[in-house]
Design a binder for this molecule. Structure first.
Ligand code: GUN
Length: 286
């Protein structure tokens, strides 16, 4: 058996076109262009690629975007001052500080400094708390995009066994909350989980977000399961590889996201959605 490939590139294209249409309407009716500010501290090569892609996607959808590159030795106070200025800038509806930050900066303090209504990553403690208590406002882009994929594929979630591997604040924890709220029975695994294979084999829906290339192999997957691979790891061969060993997994899964071309494009599309929605909520508050 060979799994159906889940085409994230195609789904993301369609979502981005929807955002472009809605943004054009907002501009015509209200004179408002949704605006995103992306802050990159330092020169981590992977982060540089990610932020460039985010800004380019904004421009293509007709959103206003600003990329601010700050030197690696930027102080915490200087970064907080930039965020404060962007919080007060009416042309900016979304603020994204690319992670990871250099080690001398506290990502917690930096994220909490972003006004929750401009926190288009959904990482602020108030957005995390709203999601946890079933009142989502801004949902983190990667898990939000995965939910859109599962919905587009009509994957039944009520009563399903969902296993999430990786418990980060960016992906694993919010993913578990969204699946739980959709009625799945959720197991959230971490790096200390005993017999990861046994946990994964129970999953009707398996989401893997660990940053460990090839961690989940075909023999750890239930036949027919939907497998979502969040990993983006650059191999010694120069190519991108997921956290799932694709060659063995594709023989067992019912459907699987490829890397590249699966979750990655959806994450960017959802950032545009979150920026558009932040601008729309701003208008509703005005
Ligand atoms: N680093 C890796 N993924 C993300 C993300 O979704 N948002 C931000 N701000 N940084 C990241």
């Amino acid at each position: 058996m060979s799994a159906t490939l889940i085409n994230g590139t195609e789904m993301a294209r369609s979502l981005r076109a929807d955002v472009a249409r809605a943004a054009a309407e907002l501009r015509q009716r209200h004179g408002v262009t949704p605006g995103l500010a992306v802050l990159l501290v330092g020169d981590d090569p992977a982060s540089q690629v990610y932020v460039r892609n985010k800004v380019k996607a904004c421009e293509e959808a007709g959103l206003h975007s600003v990329l601010e590159r700050l030197p690696a030795d930027t102080t915490q106070d200087a970064l907080l001052a930039r965020i404060d200025a962007l919080n007060r800038d009416p042309a900016i509806h979304g603020i994204l500080v690319q992670l990871p930050l250099p080690p001398h900066l506290s990502s917690h303090l930096v994220i909490e400094a972003i006004a929750p209504e401009k926190d288009v990553d959904g990482f602020h403690i108030s957005n995390a708390g709203l999601l946890m208590t079933g009142q989502p406002q801004v949902v983190p882009c990667t898990p939000y995009g995965i939910m859109k994929m599962l919905q587009a594929l009509d994957v039944p979630l009520r009563g399903a066994e969902a296993v999430v591997v990786g418990a980060s604040n960016i992906v694993g924890k919010p993913m578990a909350m969204l699946l739980l709220q959709a009625g799945a029975t959720v197991t959230l695994c971490n790096s200390k989980t005993r017999d990861l294979g046994a946990q994964c084999r129970r999953a009707d829906v398996l989401v893997v977000a660990t940053g460990k290339p090839g961690l989940v192999r075909g023999d750890m997957i239930k036949p027919g399961a939907v497998v979502i691979d969040v990993g983006i790891n650059r191999g010694a061969d120069g190519k991108l590889h997921g956290d799932v060993d694709f060659a063995s997994a594709v023989e067992v899964a019912g459907a699987i996201t490829p890397v590249p071309g699966g979750v990655g494009p959806m994450t960017i599309a959802m950032l545009l959605v979150n920026t558009l929605e932040a601008a729309q909520r701003g208008l509703a508050r005005a």
